[in-house]
Design a binder for this molecule. Structure first.
Ligand code: ISL
Ligand code: CA
Length: 562
């Protein structure tokens, strides 16, 4: 087994805008994060992934960067950032930064130059094309609704934007642009950061002809389609990431994780294979799609345990000994995992702990998203006006225009909207959950009076303390990190159970995914002389026979077998 610090780490993701406000303007900031470092240290995490803190007009909350080498005014200064880095390092924690280089902001100096003239030396930093018959150059749609092209009157051409019109795609086929990015990455690494999370990194290479998706829409109104076949894992993506690795990443002892929309485990192995010299981990999206119907993200369907099991099993097996998994069930783009995969009404504590047990007992590096460790939930605002996310607001307009009922749209937003994960961190039962003394940029979830960190710290049986214990177990037992994985009783309709094996030792994990008891027979192939209970979310009699048992609602148990 190839031991690495980043395999043994637990990562905590911070969405700075919503973590802690220090000056009462309602926006989380760097000094706010600094004031909470003791909390992170207590939890026991090793690495902080900081979502973008660079200068940005905030069309997409920092994922539209206008200056990669400075800090957003609302968040503080470079000096504050240095203080944060030093504070983390002093406590033995590391920092990874978000790298958003599929696109920049349209307010970046490169784009300001680029749009001036077709002869600008920066023209080719972005993807410009002439229109076709008074239409966009092709029929690709943006991830955030509408076309993926914006007409720019100054030169009479269109530029490509896979995300918002204020996020023009960078042209990775231009070696000068690539060098600028590598220099910028080096600048941050030389400041002492410990790695990068790379935003939609598998979209950076586009098929140069930028072909239409499906048939040309000659007649009638133009419609826009997902053009993924021409930019997901595009033709030169591995060449570019290998170059980035050679020029930058390989020179440092760092951690890298790429966000990769639409990758299979086979494709993932090309990015994270240990012999590939690219990245170390990916965030894949298969689990994030288990509750989507044929209509896509907003077409909400119930998930099936069989799908969850088969997706985890597939990835655990495919990357074993070859690459490394990242383990997550929510982030700043996703609904809260407790509301999505657990039961936030009847069994919040039990189900949050059960899901945590899953994430911390598989092979891979677990990622905790802020608030997950205290059981934060989805939110339901009455009006669309209370929402702030560009994806939600654009989708709302599009679906309204297409004639969908208000109620149906709001329901999709309640279940899937990104603002579910972006409501302010709930620190205490004080006004605004202790997040701000002012008016928060996005309203606090009204359940903060019951669900908050202060309460969680005071209750020894809280979700927080359970996370802390899981993290300690992972740190003190190699088998949690390196053990190999075998699913048990695959067909069981209610229970997800598996074995992890390392040398003579085994871990037995049993998880009831539902709010009703589940009878479970341990398969005969599991043989042991001794068993020790390492962690559970209910009281368990140590002498209990585990060959045949009834698991309580959302019960989770982890045994060490010898
Ligand atoms: O899941 C999604 C598709 O509907 C989106 O929420 C998301 O845009 C996608 O997962 C890509 O995410 C990343 O890049 C975006 C940014 O808005 C997200 O916050 C980021 O994580 C563009 O930079
Ligand atoms: Ca602030």
């Amino acid at each position: 087994m190839n031991k690495q610090w980043w395999k043994e780490s637990v990562v905590y993701q911070i969405y700075p805008r919503s973590f802690q406000d220090s000056n009462g303007d309602g926006i989380g900031d760097l000094q706010g994060i600094i004031s909470r470092l003791d909390y992170l240290e207590l939890l026991g995490i090793n690495v902080v992934w900081l979502c973008p803190v660079y200068q940005s007009p905030n069309d997409d909350n920092g994922y539209d960067i206008s200056n990669y080498q400075n800090i957003m005014n609302e968040f503080g200064t470079l000096a504050d950032w240095e203080e944060l880095l030093a504070g983390l390092h002093a406590r033995g924690m590391k920092l990874i930064m978000d790298l958003v280089v599929n696109h920049s902001s349209d307010e970046h100096a490169w784009f300001a130059e680029s749009r001036k003239s077709p002869d600008s030396p920066y023209r080719d930093y972005y993807i410009w094309r002439a229109g076709k018959d008074g239409h966009e150059p092709n029929n690709w749609g943006s991830f955030f609704s509408g076309p993926a092209w914006e007409y720019d009157a100054q030169t009479g051409e269109y530029f490509l934007h896979l995300f918002s019109r204020k996020q023009p795609d960078l042209n990775w086929d231009n070696p000068k642009l690539r060098q600028e990015i590598y220099d910028m990455m080096t600048w941050w690494l030389d400041k002492g950061i410990d790695g990068f999370r790379m935003d939609v990194i598998n979209l950076i290479s586009k098929v140069p002809e930028l072909p239409n998706v499906g048939k040309d829409q000659e007649d009638g109104e133009r419609t826009y389609h997902f053009g993924g076949e021409y930019f997901v894992n595009g033709p030169r993506v591995h060449e570019y990431i290998q170059e980035m690795n050679r020029e930058v990443l390989s020179k440092y002892d760092i951690m890298t994780v790429g966000e990769a929309i639409g990758v299979t485990p086979e494709e993932a192995a090309l990015y994270v294979g240990e012999d590939r010299n690219e990245l170390q981990m990916l965030f894949h999206f298969e689990l994030m799609e288990v509750d989507s119907g044929p209509g896509g993200k907003w077409d909400v369907q119930p998930w099936k345990l069989a799908d969850i099991k088969s997706i985890f099993s597939k990835w655990q097996t495919a990357l074993h000994g070859k690459g490394w998994n990242s383990l997550y069930l929510n982030n700043h783009d996703q609904p809260r995992m407790l509301s999505r995969f657990g039961d936030d009404k009847h069994y919040p504590k039990e189900s949050a702990k059960m899901l945590a047990t899953l994430l911390h007992t598989l092979q891979g590096t677990p990622y905790i998203y802020q608030g997950e460790e205290i059981g934060m939930t989805n939110v339901k605002f009455d009006s669309i006006n209370d929402y702030k996310d560009i994806e939600i607001l654009n989708m709302y307009k599009e679906y309204r225009a297409a004639g969908y009922a208000e109620e149906e749209i709001m329901n999709s937003i309640y279940v899937k909207g990104r603002d579910n994960g972006r409501t302010p961190m709930q620190w205490s039962a004080e006004p605004q959950a202790g997040f701000t003394t002012g008016t928060p940029w996005l309203a606090v979830n009204p359940n903060y009076t019951e669900i908050n960190a202060e309460q969680a710290l005071a209750d020894p049986d809280s979700i927080f303390h359970y996370y802390k214990k899981l993290i300690e177990l992972r740190k003190s037992h190699d088998i949690f990190v390196y053990g190999d994985y075998a699913i048990l009783a695959e067909e069981h309709e209610q229970v997800y159970a598996y074995l992890r094996t390392l040398g003579e030792e085994q871990l037995l994990v049993m998880l009831n995914f539902f709010g009703r008891p589940a009878a479970f027979e341990l398969p005969a192939c599991v043989i042991f002389k001794e068993k020790t209970l390492l962690i559970a979310n209910y009281g368990v009699q140590p002498e209990e026979d585990i060959r045949s048992l009834s698991l309580r609602p959302y019960e989770a148990r982890v045994y060490r077998l010898r």
